[in-house]
Design a protein around this ligand. Structure first.
Ligand SMILES: [Zn+2]
Length: 471
């Protein structure tokens, strides 16, 4: 890939950048338009149950239609039962020989209570070099950046060599039903070569705001929840017995606490530890390198298990998250139950995890039930074309930043795309100081203005690279 990357840089960079420079005032206009799109987005309170996702989707659609996109290429899909919507925009290109590329984002946001926040969460507040508002990071900043970029490319007459689909879902933070329905609503999505997810991946800055690395998300752990239940005939609490539903369940949970799932690795986790080992001096880097060289290295595993983020990258994890039991203060409990939330290593089945939990608490009389059918989704192979494209797109503002494959412990719409056979890559163009500035889902969520504006250059270059003539 070295030569191809070199040619790409030599040929592509100059043309892209000279056009950007020649049109600096036009560029400022695009930046302002993008900021306006983001401010508009924040005003829609797209929290589940507040009926604001569909109005936001219609507003977004109207922007594309006003720019000249065909009505039939800007489809809204309503999910009446949940009062939410998704929007699928097709940017037509090519002669059908190249398979489409999907860009993925979501419109819904997590609840934000005005009394908790320093600024109104559903208004965009520009304070110093920061943009505050619910969703600026997750994920409206990227919705606005991609929308602005597509509209800008369209207005400049750009014609891609393949169809581009901009898929904006309406319930990523909750049930992801709009995402699950997409593949039956838009047949062409299943033909895509890959999807680029703006809701995953991350650029990481150090305290001096210099880029350290770019996380390219290639896989997500599978989200699953089990209910563990014990039952008992109960009785009067004045006559306790050895058998007791609450104690039985407690013992099971303590056994589960001490249980470690088998260590696993993939192409991406090995690449992650190899690349990260160079970023961390001393002990940390040494153990990361040792694990990359031999994922069975017991000393390295022991060490990584003590690091919260890395521990989640080497195995399935399950943890007790909710507890319920008994029916009266003065009665022996007849039932007790606990929720155990699992993040299953990519490629491992639900059945395997259930069997291991059962084994871990084998001597106890506990019933185990999976609460729903999870999206068992395969990891996506590291695709050199994507690495090149991202590397190129980072070139203007973050040149030379190492790109590190990343298996996420969290789960996004990307899991559903992978489960439908579409290799999916988390490539968010946002750079922040991590973890200090990562306030998605939290109080006073903000995005540095500079990060947002640079993400416009990034998406412009990325979209043109994956859909341009240069390869
Ligand atoms: Zn998100």
């Amino acid at each position: 890939m070295g030569m191809r990357l070199f040619l790409l840089l030599a040929l592509g960079l100059t043309s892209l950048f000279s056009s950007a420079r020649a049109n600096e005032s036009g560029h400022d206009q695009q930046a302002q338009a993008a900021l306006d799109l983001l401010a508009e987005a924040i005003q829609f309170e797209t929290v589940a149950g507040r009926s604001q996702v569909c109005p936001y989707a219609r507003t977004l659609k109207a922007r594309f239609v006003a720019a000249g996109f065909a009505e039939t290429d800007t489809q809204i899909f309503e999910l009446n039962e949940d009062d939410t919507c998704s929007l699928v925009v097709r940017y037509p290109g090519g002669d059908g020989k190249r398979r489409p590329v999907i860009f993925l984002a979501h419109m819904d946001v997590v609840e934000a209570l005005p009394e908790d926040w320093s600024y109104p969460p559903f208004e965009m507040t520009r304070k110093g070099d920061r943009l505050y508002g619910r969703g600026v990071l997750d994920n409206k900043g990227s919705v606005a950046a991609i929308t602005s970029t597509l509209l800008h490319l369209w207005a400049s007459g750009y014609r891609p060599t393949r169809d581009l689909y901009f898929v904006v879902t309406g319930d990523e933070e909750t049930t992801a039903k709009t995402t699950r329905l997409l593949f039956s609503q838009v047949a062409a999505l299943a033909t895509a070569e890959y999807a680029l997810n703006s809701d995953a991946g991350l650029g990481v800055l150090n305290a001096e705001r210099k880029p350290i690395y770019f996380q390219l998300q290639t896989a997500e752990k599978t989200y699953a929840t089990f209910e563990l239940t014990t039952t008992n005939s109960g009785g009067h609490s004045s006559l306790p017995r050895a058998d007791n539903a609450i104690y039985e369940l407690s013992k099971a949970l303590v056994q589960l606490q001490g249980f470690r799932f088998p260590v696993r690795s993939t192409e991406s986790t090995i690449a992650y530890f190899r690349a990260s080992s160079k970023l961390y001096p001393g002990e940390v880097g040494r153990h990361m390198a040792a694990f990359a060289a031999d994922p069975a290295d017991k000393v390295a595993i022991e060490f990584l298990d003590q690091m919260q983020g890395e521990a989640a990258m080497i195995r399935t994890t399950c943890v007790a998250t909710m507890l319920q039991g008994g029916h009266a203060e003065n009665a022996l409990p007849q039932t007790a139950s606990a929720m155990v939330n699992c993040r299953i290593f990519p490629g491992v089945s639900l059945a395997t995890v259930e069997a291991l939990i059962t084994q871990a608490i084998a001597d106890l009389d506990v019933s185990i039930r999976a609460l729903f059918r999870p999206f068992e989704n395969p990891p996506s192979d590291i695709n050199p074309d994507i690495v090149e494209a991202v590397s190129f797109a980072l070139g203007r503002d973050y040149a030379g930043t190492p790109i590190i494959p990343y298996v996420a412990p969290y789960s996004t719409d990307g899991a559903i795309f992978r489960a439908n056979g579409i290799p999916t890559y988390g490539v968010s163009g946002q750079f922040i100081v991590y973890p200090e500035e990562k306030r998605s889902h939290g109080k006073d969520e903000f995005l540095p203005v500079e990060s947002f504006l640079k993400s416009l250059h990034y998406w412009n270059a990325l979209i043109r690279t994956v859909s341009g003539e240069s390869r």
